[in-house]
Write a protein that binds this ligand. Structure first.
Ligand SMILES: [Zn+2]
Length: 399
């Protein structure tokens, strides 16, 4: 397919290349033009001819041949390679970049730049082992911090895809001072390692890795959540509650994430009063629907449905939500049944039908970076691949 941008760049590049060659020849006061100039000129017109005959692929090939590699136009070649890659023709980009690497005129810096581009081509083609080899060479040899960081970030991305968490961590740890944003993914890799260890019953090791995750990123909700689970498995419910209580201070939006574990910890320690007090404290921080419903359930058990209706209605006044309304309808229906009504009120049934229809297939989580939404919580966004950016949705239709 015709690509106007690519052809435009090629045409301009060849024309500039030809002009430069001619000017340099004149500057040297040499009456003979550079040896390559006549070839450039001929290829340029052959390419134009292909273009006029609507043969863009042949035109592109001819222009690339015409565009000789020299120190003046190396960036143009790299730009061409990038264009091919973004067009989905990474194989052609590989050709351009390998051709560049074979040129002895390249400086060490340019060589590294081309190797990084070639690694990106291989990543696009799914040839990860070759990309990894190139990136490791750049990391080992470069004197440039920016090249090392770019190579490491590309390598880490590949290691993540292979779930090689420890290797990703080893690659990243030495550059955390220069790249503090990598602390968040590094903490999540430690959580991944810890989860594998929990699966293999290596709890002490898992605990150590989770604490290290919090040292790297004190905002890592997942580490506290897993540490709380470890405490609970050991029967240490108080310590689990302390861990879970740290989460709202890390992220208010993750209160619903930790709520099921909090409920379990209080129930297993047979402390429903403590749970009720804890829920009230959470509501002071943020009036979230799942907390209101949990409080309603505790009150319902302790003081009956009428008191639960009062408490729920009171809190929903400050934080109206579809989920809260749905729960309130259930309480009203139960209240009517208890007062001796044989069949549920048809108006309540109609309301329930609407709230259920609106709540059905509603995503409960959303990525704060790219907007990807999902029913379940992913610690790494499947769309933008950032870590820790997906949170429960808050608002009338959410929490
Ligand atoms: Zn995302």
């Amino acid at each position: 397919m015709m690509d106007a941008v690519l052809l435009g760049v090629l045409l301009a590049a060849v024309a500039i290349g030809y002009g430069l060659g001619y000017r340099q020849a004149k500057q040297r006061a040499n009456p003979t033009p550079p040896a390559s100039s006549p070839t450039l000129s001929r290829d340029y017109f052959v390419g134009l001819n292909y273009l006029l005959n609507e043969q863009p692929d042949e035109a592109i090939q001819t222009f690339i041949q015409a565009l000789e590699v020299n120190s003046e136009n190396i960036d143009t070649h790299i730009a061409l390679g990038k264009l091919f890659r973004t067009r989905g023709e990474a194989d052609k980009a590989v050709g351009i970049h390998q051709n560049l690497l074979a040129r002895p005129a390249l400086t060490a810096l340019q060589n590294e730049q081309v190797q990084l581009e070639l690694a990106r081509d291989f990543i696009s083609l799914g040839v990860h082992d070759r990309a990894q080899r190139l990136l490791r060479t750049v990391i080992d040899q470069t004197q440039q911090d920016n090249h090392r960081i770019t190579a490491k970030r590309l390598l880490v991305d590949l290691l993540e895809r292979e779930k090689a968490w420890q290797e990703a961590l080893d690659t990243t740890l030495p550059m955390l001072k220069l790249q503090p944003k990598m602390r968040t993914p590094a903490a999540h890799w430690l959580c991944e390692i810890a989860q594998e260890e929990i699966g293999q019953a290596s709890r002490a090791l898992a605990k150590r890795h989770l604490k290290k995750a919090l040292q790297l990123d004190d905002q890592c909700v997942r580490a506290n959540l897993l540490l709380a689970e470890l405490e609970m498995d050991n029967g240490h419910y108080r310590q689990a509650i302390v861990r879970l209580n740290a989460i709202p201070h890390q992220s208010i939006a993750h209160i619903p994430t930790m709520l099921p574990a909090l409920k379990r910890a209080y129930w297993r320690s047979d402390d429903t009063t403590g749970f009720e007090q804890h829920l009230l404290a959470l509501l002071d921080l943020a009036p979230l629907t799942s907390v209101i419903i949990s409080l309603s359930e505790v009150v319902h058990q302790r003081a009956g449905v009428e008191r639960a209706i009062e408490v729920t209605g009171e809190h929903l006044q400050h934080a109206p939500s579809l989920g809260g309304l749905d729960h309130l309808i259930d309480l009203y229906t139960e209240s009517q049944q208890l007062s001796g009504r044989e069949h549920p009120d048809s108006r309540l049934l109609l309301l329930k039908h609407h709230t259920q229809a609106l709540l059905k297939n509603r995503p409960r989580h959303r990525c704060q970076h790219c907007g990807f939404s999902a029913e379940t919580l992913h610690w790494q966004c499947p769309s933008c691949r950032r870590w820790g950016t997906i949170e429960p949705i808050i608002g009338v239709e959410g929490e």
